[in-house]
Ligand binder design. Structure first.
Ligand code: MG
Length: 163
């Protein structure tokens, strides 16, 4: 039997005017969004890196280069679905995912249930296996000065039982 595999991921995007704020595939009402070649869904990018990390498959930039026009404006949801559909992931099931989003503004707590449900649906697991923790940066550094939002993610994969 194959061993379980664990992965961690990290991402940061700069805040930008006239952009939607997309976090965990949900549009969060805010006067600014995040800059990026894609839709800049920071926690989803961290989660994708955690998935790639678990199977030692490199990182999101190698798979979906930010200078490749086919990923211009790509949604976090589309990249996550594309990742999970890769042949390398077919022998695995996700045990759980744990995500921390660090944003000074806006307050994310009201959106956490919606974000957990949205990710759980894509990952094909119950929302009780998707944790999203929202923190501020206590006013420190670039995140604390509302110049950026960052996210960390961890995921564990178990081999699918053979029939
Ligand atoms: Mg990113």
């Amino acid at each position: 039997m194959k061993d379980m595999r664990i992965g961690i991921g990290y991402d940061v995007h700069r805040m930008a005017p006239e952009r939607d704020l997309m976090l965990c595939t949900c549009r969060i009402p805010n006067e600014t969004g995040l800059d990026g070649h894609s839709d800049a869904d920071v926690p989803v990018h961290a989660l994708i890196d955690a998935l790639f990390g678990a199977l030692a498959l490199g990182d999101i930039g190698q798979h979906y280069p930010d200078d490749d026009p086919q990923y211009l404006g790509a949604s976090g949801e589309s990249l996550l679905r594309k990742t999970l559909a890769l042949p390398e992931f077919q022998g695995w099931r996700i045990g759980n995912a744990d995500i921390t989003i660090i944003a000074q503004k806006p307050k994310l707590a009201p959106y956490v249930p919606q974000m957990r449900e949205a990710l759980a649906a894509i990952l094909g697991i119950g929302a009780d296996r998707v944790s999203i923790k929202a923190k501020t940066a206590e006013g420190l550094d670039s995140v604390g000065h509302c110049q950026a939002i960052e996210a960390h993610a961890a995921v564990i994969l178990f081999p699918k039982e053979e029939a």
